[in-house]
Structures are given as structure tokens and as C-alpha cells.
Design a protein around this ligand. Structure first.
Ligand SMILES: N[C@@H](CCC(=O)N[C@@H](CS)C(=O)NCC(=O)O)C(=O)O
Length: 218
């Protein structure tokens, strides 16, 4: 019997939902899932079901949480393995998780998540490329510290969940990446949870497709 529910948006597009869903899964919380179709902002189904009008939204054992990073911290309270024991690595991963939550707007605007398509070479704006350079530096430093293949080490944790949708974006938009970044993207894409997310996204109804994410121009 599930102990709550996680509300997520259309899996094909909802990068923040992927973060929330991953930390819930990594923590092993027993919750049901409800997918709400995104309308590209002010989505009626999301507004009706969540306090902040945004997904992800988690109900668990009478506790309500929104904002992906707050959900991640709650999941880590339930399963402390979601942060590493090494204090130096933990401090770094907390910082880069917050950096992801607060930033990289240029990348997010130029290269939105659409895991059903590839748009190689498009939208390499100056701002997006600057964000990508910073993300690659973060990944290189994290993997050097943890030993890889994930930022947390052998298995993914909170920071990996925060960067998972960036991996999805890179697989779609295919900017040029270092060998370290390519290996990180491969490790995430082959992870069973990512496989599960992509497979479920492929089953979503055609009516949920949004023109603004599908009809892409340079
Ligand atoms: N800062 C929030 C961002 C959440 C967010 O922007 N979610 C999008 C979907 S990816 C959303 O719910 N948008 C409202 C809508 O499309 O109606 C978080 O970390 O969870």
C-alpha cells in the first residue's frame, strides 16, 4: 500500500519532475505516481493538484513538499545514502545541487528538455555554451573527487538527480562535450531508473505533445 503520491508533469518535457521522481526512487519511498499533462505554463491539471502550481509535488506520510531541492533533502532524511559520507565531497555536491536549482537559465531556455527528439547542433547560444562549460567543469571536479561514474561515486545521489535532466538535454541537443561529460551522460542514460523514465515517456499520449517543444527552429 503506497504511503503517498508524487505528482509529476509530462515525462517527455518535465525536467524538474525527473529530479523529484529520481530522488524519491533513489530513497526507496513507497509512493504512487500521478502524471499531469503540462500545457507549457499555467497548466490547469498542475494548478488544480499542487499548492505552488508546479511539479514535482510530493505527499508522503502526511507531509507535503514541493520544490525539487526540498523534496531531495526530505528524501535524504529518509535515506541518508543520498548524500555521501565524505564531508568535502558532500559540501561540493550540496553546492552544485543548489547551483543547478538556482541557475543555468540560459541553457534551460535555449535547450528545453524533450526526450523524444534529437536536435543536434541547434541553439548553441553564447549563454547556453557558457552554462555548458560551467556544468562540464562541475562534472569533471565531482567525478575526480568521487571516482565516478556518478558525481556521488558508484551510485547516483541528490546531485546526480539534479543534473540528470541536463544529461537529457545534452542527449537531445548534442552540444560538443568532453570525454568525461560523454561518459557521465552514458552512465546516467544506461541507469535503470533513466531507462524506466524514457520508456514511460514513450507511452504518453500524442495529445500531450506541445508545439513549442516539438516545432523547433535554430
Ligand atoms: N523550482 C521548481 C521548478 C518547478 C517547475 O518549474 N516545474 C514546471 C514543470 S518542469 C512546472 O510545474 N510548470 C508549471 C506548468 O507547466 O504549468 C522546482 O525545483 O521544483
Amino acid at each position: 500500500m503506497p504511503e503517498g503520491k508524487i505528482y509529476i508533469g509530462t515525462r517527455r518535457y518535465s525536467s524538474w519532475s525527473l529530479r523529484g521522481w529520481l530522488v524519491v526512487k533513489l530513497a526507496g519511498l513507497n509512493v504512487a505516481e500521478e502524471v499531469l499533462p503540462l500545457a507549457g505554463g499555467n497548466s490547469p491539471a498542475v494548478k488544480a493538484a499542487t499548492p505552488a502550481g508546479m511539479v514535482p509535488y510530493l505527499e508522503h506520510r502526511g507531509v507535503n513538499l514541493w520544490e525539487s531541492l526540498a523534496i531531495a533533502e526530505y528524501c535524504a532524511e529518509n535515506n541518508p545514502k543520498l548524500w555521501p559520507e565524505n564531508p568535502k565531497l558532500r559540501a561540493f555536491l550540496r553546492s552544485v545541487s543548489a547551483e543547478m536549482h538556482a541557475g543555468f537559465r540560459e541553457l534551460r531556455m535555449a535547450m528545453p528538455m524533450n526526450i523524444g527528439r534529437t536536435f543536434p547542433g541547434l541553439r548553441r547560444t553564447e549563454g547556453a555554451l557558457a552554462d555548458i562549460a560551467r556544468i562540464e567543469a562541475i562534472w569533471a571536479d565531482g567525478i575526480a573527487m568521487s571516482g565516478g561514474p556518478f558525481l556521488h561515486g558508484k551510485t547516483p545521489g541528490v546531485a546526480d538527480a539534479m543534473y540528470a535532466p541536463v544529461v537529457c538535454r545534452f542527449l537531445t541537443w548534442q552540444p560538443e562535450l568532453s570525454a568525461v561529460s560523454e561518459a557521465y551522460c552514458k552512465a546516467w542514460r544506461e541507469h535503470p531508473l533513466m531507462e524506466e523514465w524514457y520508456a514511460a515517456a514513450a507511452e504518453e499520449p500524442a495529445e500531450w505533445l506541445l508545439e513549442k517543444y516539438e516545432n523547433v527552429t535554430a
